[in-house]
Structure formats: structure tokens, C-alpha cells
Write a protein that binds this ligand. Structure first.
Ligand code: GLC
Length: 575
């Protein structure tokens, strides 16, 4: 490396080469509804996944995480679970799960399943029994039932709002037809919140963990892992305007009796309460009774990162999604700051950082990184959204952003379809939309359907090979031939080949277990660091810079001459 650097800061990740697999793993998120459909009914399924697993081996991932495939009325795409220990018939059977997992394990790919403990479906027998039981009974205590306010209990117990829009409480009707108590649902009314202060609930979930651990899963992604415990007395709360829907802590300038936590933030009384941690310590001890390094990964929308690090203390979970990184704009100073803060915050508890740019809840990063207007998480984009992304700019930035991410030490998550460069589907017809957010906000927020459209495998075939009939639970765009996997395999410069090359180099050079040394003075728009033998240089600006010396081993765009163009990342090795 020829270029002189004025200052080098060393960020070390406390890991050794023989450390646990999850510290450096690349984990691929499968959204079963939209991955591959073996029956042709338009809904992806487990045998479909099994049949396509080889392609993930070729891609080079270490593990897969499957979004929920459990018995469910599918009011929130499976995040409304009616039986935690069975497979919904639309996805197959438990035997199909076993076969899928066996094939994955044969290929050396670990399997993580989604655990949804904050709420169940309203069709779960626990809830139907609670409804049938008397007010104040043990069965009611499994959920969050409360008396209403007002003279006749006609007002909800507090002012909390559902993440999906509208009130977070629904009133039930007694058997005699009169209005009864209210139950809490931080999400859709079909997703009643469980009462995690109940020992009975805790015991049920230990059994659920053991059920899947006994079947051989390698771990759990824990849904809404910041929400299980609510503040005593369920106090009113009004989010700060910049709070974000999934739990950004926001500021304290508005709000009724804001709860100020030790970070001086206005923490909602339903997110990030101290009491969640004893639950995860308990689960940690359940997992420890199994061999094979089983893991827990928190979906916790918690800020700041120093607080999120509490979820991954040595006796709690192994990983937490780094949504602060996901939400960072494509801007050098911000990226550098978030990388520093991530590595140092997680290092304080001896945990690796994770990195993620897309999932089934956010606008795909090939579109998000080119949005020109504010777009809070969960709002989605549709035909009438302001700040429509330029698809060419978006894909270019996405390729550069992924190339930066995969050069970082720690564990990286990839969401199905991003390796194909898929954009958000913006022009879904209103009549096709299914996200409860769309319905609960009367179309004010488009929601998350645009990132959930079934992915393309082969060009020029019905459903692009998602199935053989062309049926699709969300309509696929008509111009997706070029994104299909088969259109990109062995095609130089394709997004798929970029991912494959990055993952191969990442593995060869053990980048996931490395540490970074910042390289400065390449200009204000550049993020550059050394990670072992590889130097990663991302130019997040619009203008080209001089390409630093070194042998280019990866480039997110074709290079000409000695320039590193804007919105481009390269990996360099010694000449
Ligand atoms: C998580 C899931 C999301 C779901 C919500 C309620 O955020 O990722 O898809 O809607 O929890 O379970």
C-alpha cells in the first residue's frame, strides 16, 4: 500500500481465530413466503427452500435465518403465531422442516429460526382460553388485560399506539354481549401481547426453545426483543416526533410524563425495560444445556448502541441486530462514526458487532440509499411517496455499501434478493397490499410489502422460477428478468457475482474475525480501513478520487484508469 496516512486509529474486536462461529458468520435471511414455492400456489414453502439451498452454498453463506413458518392465520405474515411448535400447512410440515434442516446441515449451513415471544396470534389457544375465562383469572393473566378508563370503561387503559398505527388496545365483548376488558397489542389487534411477568408464560417459552433445540436448530432470532416487559403501571406515553416506529428512543421535548432513562432519553414504557434481561439470561442457560454453540440474536430497536450492548452481555444473547448501522445514511462521516461506535460499544461486553442493510421490515437498500425525502422505518414507499429513488443511483450505492459492510469484522446479515440487486417494489397496486400497517393507517403508510415480493430465479419463466405457475402472493414486476439469479450467474460485474466474490474473499482473509485500522486523509467522502491483508476504500461522494495503491481484488463498479469513482467501494491487497 503506497499511500501515506497521517493517522491510524486501531479498533480491535476482542476475538481470536478459534472463537465461536457466530462472531464472524454471514447469515442469510430467508423470508419463506417469498423464497421458493414448490406447490405453485403463490406462497413460498419449506420444500421450495430445500430445493434451492445449493444456491446459498454457492453464494457462500454460513447460516440461514428463516422468518416464521409456524402455524398462523398470517395476519402479519406469520409474526402472529397460533402454534409455536408446528408448521403452518401453507409452508409444509414438520417433516419438511426436518428435511430442509438436514440438507442445510449437510451443506455446512446452520439454521436459525424466528421466535416471536412478545405476542401470539389471537387464534392461539392461550388467547382463546384467556378470552373464555373470567376477568381476573389465571388464564387472563397470560396476556395484558386491563379495565378501561372512563365512567363505564369505555376508554382504553392508556394512550399507547400500535407500531402499525391506531390504538394499542382493543376491547373485548363478554359472553353476554356487554363490553368487557381491553387487551394490549403493540402490533396488530390480532397479536395480543403476552404477559412476561407471568411465570407460566416463561415456562411455556422455555418449552418452545427446547422443542426447536431438540430438533437441532442452531439458534433463534428473537422478534421484538426489546418489548417483552412493560413499565410498571403502564404509564401514558407520547413519542417524540423523531422516535421512529420500532422504538427509536427519541428526545424528551414532548410527552406526558416522559420516562427519562440513564442516557437522558425519553424511553417508551414498552421498549427496552430493564426487566427483559433476566429473561434472556434464563434462555441463555437453556441454550447452554445443548452442544453445538446455539445462539440468540436480538431484534431490538434500541439506541444508543451502548445500551443495545446490554442485550449481548456474556450471559445473555450472542448477537443483536445493528439497526443504527442500517439507518445510517450513505455519508462518509456518519458511516465512520457508526462503525466506530458499533465496534467499541459491543467490545465493552466482549460481543461482536453485527452489520445489516436490509430485511423484511425496511425499504430495500438498493432503493433506500437513493431516497431524497425522509422515510421513517415502516412507512415504506409507494407511487405517491415523496423523494422517489433513482434506481441506478440506488443500486450503485447498494453495491458500494454492501462491499463496505462485508469488509467489516463481526457478523453480517444478508436479506434474500439483495444479492440480486433487487429494488423495493414501489408500484404494487393498492389492492395487492397486505401489510397491516397499510390497513391500520388507512393507506397513509404503505408499509413493508415492497421488500417482500417473491424473488426471481430464472428469466423468461412464469414467476421467474419462484414457482412453475406464475402465481404470487404479491405481484412480481414485469421487468425482473435481469435480476433473476440465472441471469447473473457467472456474469462478470453482476451483483450476484459481486456478493460471491466478496464472501469468498471475506472467508479467505478471515475478515469477520479481524480488526480495523482507519486510513485517513483520503478526503471527506471516503471511508477507508485496513482489515488484515485487505484494505477497504469506499468513496461515498459524487466525485472520483485517486485510487490508492494496491492490487484491486474487489470493485463494486468497473474501474477505469487510476480513479475510484463516486459511490464505489474497492478492496485492495498488497501488490
Ligand atoms: C418484528 C418483525 C416484523 C413484525 C413485528 C411484529 O419487527 O420483524 O415483521 O411485524 O416484529 O411481530
Amino acid at each position: 500500500m503506497g499511500r501515506a496516512t497521517s493517522k491510524v486509529t486501531i479498533m480491535t474486536l476482542a476475538v481470536s481465530p478459534d472463537s465461536e462461529w457466530w462472531r464472524s458468520a454471514v447469515i442469510y435471511q430467508i423470508y419463506p413466503r417469498s423464497f421458493a414455492d414448490s406447490t405453485g400456489d403463490g406462497m413460498g414453502d419449506l420444500p421450495g427452500i430445500t430445493a434451492r439451498l445449493d444456491s446459498l452454498k454457492t453464494l457462500g453463506v454460513d447460516a440461514i435465518w428463516l422468518s416464521p413458518f409456524f402455524t398462523s392465520p398470517q395476519k402479519d405474515a406469520g409474526y402472529d403465531v397460533a402454534d409455536y411448535c408446528d408448521v403452518d400447512p401453507i409452508f409444509g410440515t414438520l417433516a419438511d422442516f426436518d428435511a430442509m434442516q438436514a440438507k442445510a446441515h449437510d451443506l455446512g449451513i446452520r439454521v436459525i429460526v424466528d421466535l416471536v415471544p412478545n405476542h401470539s396470534s389471537d387464534q392461539h389457544v392461550w388467547f382463546t382460553e384467556a378470552l373464555a375465562a373470567d376477568e381476573g383469572s389465571e388464564a387472563r393473566d397470560h396476556y395484558m388485560f386491563r379495565e378501561g378508563k372512563g365512567e363505564t370503561g369505555e376508554l382504553p387503559p392508556n394512550n399507547w399506539e400500535s407500531v402499525f398505527g391506531g390504538p394499542a388496545w382493543t376491547r373485548v365483548t363478554r359472553p353476554d354481549g356487554t363490553p368487557g376488558q381491553w387487551y394490549l397489542h403493540l402490533f396488530d389487534s390480532s397479536q395480543p401481547d403476552l404477559n412476561w411477568k407471568s411465570e407460566w408464560v416463561r415456562a411455556q417459552f422455555r418449552d418452545v426453545l427446547r422443542f426447536w433445540l431438540d430438533r437441532g436448530v442452531d439458534g433463534f432470532r428473537v422478534d421484538v426483543a426489546h418489548g417483552l416487559i412493560k413499565a410498571e403501571g403502564l404509564p401514558d406515553y407520547t413519542p417524540a416526533p423523531d422516535g421512529g416506529s420500532m422504538g427509536g428512543s427519541g428526545s424528551t421535548d414532548v410527552g406526558l410524563e416522559p420516562a427519562i432513562d440513564s442516557d437522558g432519553r425519553n424511553t417508551p414504557p414498552y421498549w427496552a425495560q430493564e426487566g427483559v434481561h433476566e429473561i434472556y439470561r434464563d434462555w441463555h442457560s437453556v441454550l447452554e444445556q445443548y452442544d453445538g454453540e446455539r445462539v440468540l440474536c436480538a431484534e431490538a430497536w434500541v439506541e444508543p448502541l451502548t445500551k443495545l450492548a446490554h442485550w449481548v452481555r456474556p450471559d445473555e444473547m450472542q448477537q443483536a441486530f445493528n439497526f443504527t448501522y442500517l439507518e445510517t445514511p450513505w455519508q462518509a462521516a456518519s458511516l465512520r462514526r457508526v462503525i466506530d461506535n458499533s465496534i467499541s460499544s459491543f467490545a465493552t461486553v466482549g460481543a461482536p458487532s453485527t452489520w445489516v442493510l436490509s430485511n423484511h421490515d425496511v425499504v430495500r437498500h438498493a432503493s433506500r440509499l437513493a431516497l431524497t425525502a425522509e422515510n421513517p422505518q415502516g412507512a415504506g414507499i409507494g407511487p405517491k411517496s415523496p423523494g422517489q429513488p433513482d434506481p441506478v443511483v440506488g443500486l450503485r450505492r447498494a453495491r458500494a455499501a454492501t462491499s463496505l459492510m462485508l469488509g467489516l469484522p463481526g457478523s453480517a446479515y444478508i436479506y434474500q434478493g439483495e444479492e440480486l440487486g433487487l429494488p423495493e417494489v414501489i408500484d404494487l397496486p393498492d389492492s395487492a397490499r397486505q401489510d397491516p400497517t397499510w390497513f391500520r393507517t388507512n393507506g397513509e403508510r404503505y408499509g413493508r410489502d415492497g421488500c417482500r415480493v417473491p424473488i426471481p430465479w430464472e428469466p423468461g419463466t412464469p414467476g421467474y422460477g419462484f414457482n412453475s405457475t406464475g402465481a404470487s402472493w404479491l405481484p412480481q414486476p414485469t421487468d425482473w428478468d435481469r435480476y433473476a439469479r440465472a441471469s447473473q450467474v457467472d456474469v462478470e460485474g453482476s451483483t450476484l457475482e459481486l456478493y460471491r466474490a466478496a464472501l469468498a474473499l471475506r472467508a479467505e482473509n478471515s475478515l469477520g474475525l479481524g480488526s480495523i485500522e482507519w486510513i485517513e486523509n483520503l478526503g471527506p467522502d471516503v471511508v477507508a480501513f485496513r482489515n488484515g491483508a485487505i484494505t477497504v476504500v469506499a468513496n461515498a461522494g459524487a466525485s472520483a478520487i485517486e485510487l490508492p495503491a494496491g492490487r484491486v481484488v474487489l470493485a463494486s463498479e468497473p474501474l477505469a484508469g487510476s480513479e475510484l469513482p463516486g459511490d464505489t467501494t474497492v478492496w485492495l491487497a498488497a501488490e
